[in-house]
Design a binder for this molecule. Structure first.
Ligand code: IMP
Ligand code: MG
Length: 187
């Protein structure tokens, strides 16, 4: 699985080990159960694995954020949580933190609701892309400034169900969004 412009960042075993570590960190931190607030849609595979690897009880809820133009700073809540998080320990579960705009927006939005605690957990952290500073409590893997797909992460909706996390060439994808389909699904 290493064709032109494609590099596996984490294979399925490395993903499992990373999720186990994060689940251990989170389970050791709360004793009373938590609300896992997952950001749609990229965090779904991570949420499913993380919640089952955790050894404390959790409630699962979802929110969705509008897409923004890279760098404009505009973020809006598209779908809100259903659970009232007042007084609860809340863990925001994200696929990737890039500019940080989503996380910064969510911190403001959710803090207003007076949770007992607010914890940020992301599977991927692209540190060099940060536009606004954000404090992340639990990070799966840090990557350099490269675009990644798989394990929930998409390119125009594709590749979310790929079992590995792979760095890809966006020039290749912009001329053919399906360029990596054979390599990522057939091997
Ligand atoms: P940000 O931190 O507010 O810039 O938002 C990150 C969001 O942008 C993620 O939840 C993804 O939906 C998307 N995103 C950022 N970088 C990538 C990537 O490398 N692959 C796929 N989606 C990405
Ligand atoms: Mg996306």
């Amino acid at each position: 699985m290493t064709g032109p412009g494609l590099r596996v960042v984490l294979d399925a075993d490395a993903i499992d080990a990373t999720v186990e570590r994060l689940a251990g960190e989170l389970s050791g931190r709360f004793d009373d159960g938590v609300v896992l607030a997952a950001v749609l849609r990229g965090s779904v595979p991570f949420l499913a694995d993380l919640s089952r690897a955790m050894t404390i009880h959790s409630l699962i809820d979802f929110l969705a954020i509008t897409k923004y133009e890279r760098g404009t700073g505009r973020v809006r809540l598209l779908k809100d949580l259903d659970i009232d998080i007042t007084g609860r320990d809340v863990v925001v579960v994200e696929d990737i933190v890039d500019t940080g705009l989503t996380s910064a927006f969510l911190r403001g939005e959710l803090t207003r609701r007076s949770p007992r605690s607010l914890t940020f957990c992301t599977f991927v952290d692209r540190v060099p892309a940060r536009v606004v500073p954000v404090e992340l409590d639990h990070v799966g893997v840090e990557i350099p400034d490269e675009f990644v797909i798989g394990y929930g992460l998409d390119y125009r909706g594709r590749y979310r169900n790929v079992k590995v996390l792979a760095a890809v060439d966006t020039d290749v994808l912009s001329s053919d969004p399906d360029a990596y389909v054979d390599e990522l699904y057939l091997s």
